[in-house]
Design a protein around this ligand. Structure first.
Ligand code: DGT
Ligand code: CA
Ligand code: CA
Ligand code: ZN
Length: 583
């Protein structure tokens, strides 16, 4: 079991307990343990296998440690199974809806017998919710809206969670001599922020043994289909995986086809047809006269590599992140594909927390982590006081922190620590720190963490007011969305981007895999407008600094080149940009 799966089970226990009305301390214990595990940088199964003392982890006591061991050893959890006998598991879907929560979910179940989203939707449509005590018309409408959003979203996995599940599966597939090569295609390869399923290709001379090896993967819950060369399984986590086994000769064509996106492929095939060719998952073929439309009619011209497939229609190879039919084929034709950003281009990280607010590691440790990544600079952005639960800093706290920064950085010339703070934008758009303190920061990062449900006009005005503050450099996680959990707050992003451009403010691409905010299409808009982007990890511990990878991948989906991203610049150039405020 991977950490994401263990965390999910414990979070579910917490939610079910909460619905049951259990002791809040018990509810919180499971919730905190789930968070610890989700954030833990190495697989817990390794710790269990090594016989490590799990109670040394934060929020993990003796009971929780034995739960983790049970899950790792058996894939099951007795506590959860007992709870499921008392409460329908599907109530968890209700709890996640805006306007519901555990108490209301329980009420819906006890008083109306509602157990599932479908039942809730029907009841709301029949106006049976509004009559329930403590609900009302407004809540009923909100519930319907929430269900529509969930439906639209479908059950998709966040990319980083998929990574955790896919990597051990790939290792399993590669561990047999029958397989020559394994690759993942689909949205996973395009590095989409969430994936619907995983599409794997394997090259082998004999498909049979490979398919058997695939379906025998220990984490398979169900074999949906197992044919000669195609198979589909559902993993314990619920993730669906499709496998295709093929000969080496059609590897490139299959990789191209199954990488998609569908829209990209449709356009590419049209281009082939115009050249008297047809592209399929088996290769590129000449279409014989009078045989148009046949998939494998004529002479095969290529298919072993992706480069060959694109070359057959006179195009250079196109990076998977661009294959969304957003002009990439046209750009490839003109020879104007972007020189996409890479991880190596990143020279620093401009958002991270330390123990001075809600981070888990000290300034000195975060600094070491940044040095280890080869950064030239980084900004320490602890929270401001408005976020009391994070231990956010007031002016006096900020000054005390500067004293520690001075100590930690004394005599170091290998890396520069930029003094910063993630300052809360208050209700009226003013900033949660005195101007004279702000004036002494190197980088001024601002963000919205509270009052997420203000009316759109008011939310927009609030953010615009903050960006108009003469000292602000970066708007962090601009939409506030959490992937699969929370929609962006209602506001006018276009107005915010225009304001950012006018006031010399950059927008953040928060690389935390739960956020990825701004997302790809919004970053494309920022690029169009010429608003600079900052990619930051929002790290709360050293291992989180590795989230930079996810930021870079999403930036690539938005066609970003190093020049679009401020923290690819050397320190002197970054400082020049920061200093140009208000000139
Ligand atoms: P997902 O799984 O929803 O995150 O998105 P994808 O892009 O991975 O979609 P998926 O798994 O349905 O199919 C993988 C790729 O295979 C897709 O991007 C393009 C190709 N493909 C699958 N079915 C079709 C089809 O019916 N027509 C075309 N043109 N391509 C297809
Ligand atoms: Ca897929
Ligand atoms: Ca698929
Ligand atoms: Zn934040």
């Amino acid at each position: 079991m991977e950490n994401t799966e263990i965390a999910r089970v414990l979070a579910d226990v917490s939610t079910l307990l909460e619905i049951q009305g259990a002791n809040p301390f018990r509810v919180r214990a499971y919730e905190n343990a789930a968070r610890t595990i989700e954030e833990h940088p190495t697989p817990l199964r390794d710790l269990v296998a090594a016989g490590a003392d799990l109670t040394e982890l934060p929020s993990i006591g003796k009971d929780m440690a034995s739960h983790i061991r049970e899950l790792v050893d058996t894939g099951r959890l007795t506590v959860l199974e007992e709870l499921q006998r008392a409460i329908p598991y599907s109530l968890i879907d209700l709890v996640r809806l805006p306007g519901v929560g555990p108490k209301r979910a329980r009420k819906l179940w006890e008083q109306l017998g509602i157990e599932t989203l479908d039942q809730l939707e029907t009841a709301a449509q029949e106006a049976r919710i509004e009559t329930l005590e403590g609900f009302g018309k407004k809540t009923q409408a909100r519930i319907l809206g929430g269900i529509a959003t969930v439906r639209q979203r479908g059950s998709r996995f966040r990319l980083a969670d998929a990574d955790q599940l896919v990597e051990p599966l790939l290792a399993h597939l590669r561990a047999t001599a029958d397989v020559q090569q394994v690759a993942v295609a689909g949205s996973y390869r395009r590095r989409l922020e969430t994936v619907g399923d995983i599409d794997i290709l394997a090259i082998a001379a004999q498909p049979g043994p490979v398919m058997a090896h695939f379906t025998s993967y220990p984490r398979v819950r169900k074999v949906e289909m197992s044919g000669d060369t195609r198979g589909t399984v559902i993993l314990e986590s619920g993730l669906q995986v499709d496998l295709r086994v093929l000969p080496a000769a059609s590897y490139g064509a299959a990789l191209q086809y199954f990488t998609g996106s569908k829209a990209h492929n449709v356009k590419l095939r049209k281009r082939a047809v115009a050249r008297g060719l047809s592209i399929s998952e088996y290769g590129v073929f000449e279409v014989a006269e009078g045989d148009e439309g046949a998939a494998t009619g004529g002479r095969r011209v290529s298919g072993a590599t992706e480069e060959d497939v694109y070359a057959a229609v006179n195009l250079p190879w196109i990076p998977p992140e661009l294959r969304e039919d957003r002009g990439e084929i046209e750009a490839a034709e003109r020879g104007t594909l972007p020189a996409l950003l890479t991880l190596d281009d990143m020279r620093g990280d401009l958002q991270m927390h330390s123990t001075w607010s809600d981070g888990k590691q000290s300034i000195a440790e975060m600094l070491q982590g940044c040095v280890a990544r080869g950064y030239e600079y980084f900004a320490l952005t602890d929270h401001s006081k408005n976020l009391a639960m994070t231990g956010g800093l007031d002016a006096a706290g900020v000054r005390r922190q500067w004293a520690e920064i001075a100590e930690v950085t004394a005599g170091r010339d290998d890396i520069t620590l930029l003094r910063s703070l993630e300052i809360d934008i208050l209700r009226d758009g003013s900033l949660d720190l005195e101007d004279e303190v702000i004036a002494e920061l190197d980088v001024v990062v601002v963000s919205v963490h509270t009052l997420l449900d203000l009316p759109a006009a008011q939310q927009t005005k609030r953010i615009l007011t903050a960006l108009e503050h003469p000292a602000v450099h970066v708007l962090a996680h601009p939409t506030g969305r959490l992937i699969n959990r929370r929609e962006p707050y209602a506001f006018d992003l276009d107005a915010v981007l225009h304001c950012a451009r006018e006031h010399h403010v950059a927008v953040e691409l928060n690389a935390h895999p739960h956020r990825l905010d701004l997302r790809d299409i919004h970053l494309l808009a920022a690029r169009e407008l010429g608003v600079p982007v900052v990619i930051s990890t929002d790290a709360h511990q050293v291992p989180d600094l590795a989230f930079m990878r996810y930021g870079v991948e999403q930036a690539r989906r938005a066609w970003l080149e190093p020049a679009h991203v401020l923290n690819t610049r050397p320190l002197s150039e970054l400082r020049r940009w920061l200093a140009a405020k208000g000139i």
